[in-house]
Design a protein around this ligand. Structure first.
Ligand code: FAD
Length: 450
């Protein structure tokens, strides 16, 4: 009889899980293992931690239905996996690979510590790194050619598992997750999204409505397979095409990170590492005001409060808040990336740093540095009714759709009628946008030697 370990990490599902399917095909018995790395759990903020534990509980339930239990261990996988392999007399380990610097280093270390072979799969992405390449054999640094190729490359077939014995475990068990978290319960979300996806093109940029799939946390922990999503949604309407194209963005940042693992530390275009960012006590205070949603720019404050309270923020508002930090406050994108990474339940280095570099103009195919979002016009365009601001910045709820975006420009009588006292119930803007714009253009130009 041959036993294998399936080492679960960011692929917390049994359906369309290539590592799981391959192990069930080649072996008679599976030891399903999850190693909780304290260092990772500590850096995850409360939202991601809860989402992870909820996803792990759901996986344990699926494994229990097969007659087994998830073998949970807490500690360093470099020590734990070899010990578990020996204990179970396992012939091999199966896992889905990951792209981050941390993950690649850990996986190499585990591989060399193990006395048995480890077989890697790519269940966390729709297409594996190395399969979507330019004619020159590289990952395109421009998204459109990447996405054309991404749609043209055939998807791998669904990974179907065989019925097989799964072992039970007297071990550690999962730490308690402090509350229900539906964000990772993929099935419900996928069904709901099937009903709404056709309108995606019209709704995706409107933070006040539920116009996007909200599947990012499920994708982050692999409770849903991106390949299955692409297959299930198809491209037969503009909404579906737009949605599946976002999965290509996700793969693109992952493929880039697979090669450029310093994506969260260095600008992909190195010339942008010379920018003289604002530092010191004044910048620290501004950073804190941004993080706490007290900038005096309502759309920015709404987004930052949504992030802190819920662990998620609408994509359009992620762009606005990130742009505000980098281009209005001239604060290093890496500080913002770390803050988002701590709080977002869907955060991962490839997607988070990739998008931050896009906003900062330092990454591949990024927004040009001289394109500086105007927070008020973004707000008027994408939250025209002001309902998103009202939801997250309740002290402005009495203002109407004209005045709510820029209270500092509202007539004193309108402010008084809504009970808003600037500098008291709601802050004055912490920066002058026109001044900030010029300052940023000058700093970027200086770094580029222009
Ligand atoms: C500054 C900034 C930081 C971000 N950090 C993260 C992060 O840490 N993790 C993360 O998953 N996404 C990140 N995003 C991308 C995007 O905001 C989220 O994926 C999206 O808001 C999740 O909501 P949704 O599932 O409803 O997305 P939908 O619009 O329904 O899109 C479907 C899926 O496509 C993928 N996707 C969508 N937009 C992007 C994008 N711009 N880049 C890459 N993949 C995308 C996601 O997996 C998403 O779940 C970031 C964007 C910005 C501007």
């Amino acid at each position: 009889m041959s036993t294998a370990i399936v080492w679960f990490r960011r692929d917390l599902r049994l359906e369309d899980n290539p590592a799981w399917a391959a192990a069930t095909e080649a072996h008679d018995e599976i030891v399903p293992a999850l190693v909780i790395e304290p260092a990772l759990l500590d850096t995850a903020g409360p939202h991601r931690r809860r989402a992870f534990l909820t996803a792990a509980e759901a996986l344990d339930r699926s494994i229990t239905e097969l007659g087994g239990r998830l073998h949970v261990r807490i500690g360093d996988p470099v020590r734990i996996l070899p010990a578990l392999a020996e204990e179970a007399d396992a012939a091999a380990v199966y896992a889905n690979a990951d792209v981050s610097r941390w993950a690649q280093r850990r996986d190499t270390a585990v591989e060399s510590a193990l006395g048995v072979s480890i077989e890697w799969h790519w269940g966390t992405l729709a297409h594996a790194p190395g399969t979507v390449l330019t004619k020159a054999g590289t990952v395109s640094r421009v998204f459109t050619p990447f996405s054309k190729q991404w749609f043209a490359v055939p998807m791998r077939p669904e990974a179907v598992a065989h019925d097989i014995a799964v072992t039970t475990d007297p071990g550690d068990g999962l730490p308690a997750s402090d509350g229900a978290e539906s964000a990772v319960l993929a099935e419900l979300r996928v069904d709901a999204w099937q009903a709404d996806v056709d309108a995606y093109d019209d709704t995706r940029d409107l933070p006040a409505v539920e116009g996007t799939s909200r599947l990012s946390t499920a994708l982050r922990f692999g409770t849903v397979s991106p390949r299955s999503l692409a297959e299930a949604f198809g491209t037969h309407s503009p909404g579906r095409q737009g949605f599946v194209r976002q999965l290509a963005w996700r793969d693109w940042y992952a493929h880039i990170t697979h090669q450029f693992t310093d994506i969260d530390r260095r600008a992909i275009r190195p010339e942008y590492d010379g920018i003289a960012w604002q530092t010191g006590p004044a910048a620290d205070e501004e950073f804190t005001a941004w993080a706490e949603g007290r900038t005096g720019f309502p759309i920015v404050d709404a987004g930052m409060r949504q992030l802190a309270e819920s662990g998620w923020m609408h994509n359009r508002v992620r762009m606005i808040t990130a742009s505000f930090l980098v281009k209005d406050l001239l604060i290093d994108w890496r500080r913002g990336e770390r803050h988002f990474r701590h709080l977002l339940s869907d955060a991962e280095p490839s997607q988070n740093a990739g998008n931050w570099q896009w906003v900062a103009g330092t990454g591949p195919d990024a927004a040009p540095y001289f394109r500086i979002f105007n927070p008020w016009s973004q707000s008027r365009k994408f939250d025209a009714s002001g309902d998103y601001i009202r939801r997250w910045v309740p002290e402005l709820a009495g203002l109407d759709a004209t005045t709510i975006h820029e209270p500092a420009a509202a007539a004193p009588l309108d402010l008084a009628a809504a009970g808003v006292v600037l500098g008291d119930t709601y802050p004055e803007p912490i920066v002058d946008h026109a001044f900030a714009r010029d300052r940023t253009l000058a700093a970027y130009k200086a770094a580029l030697g222009k």
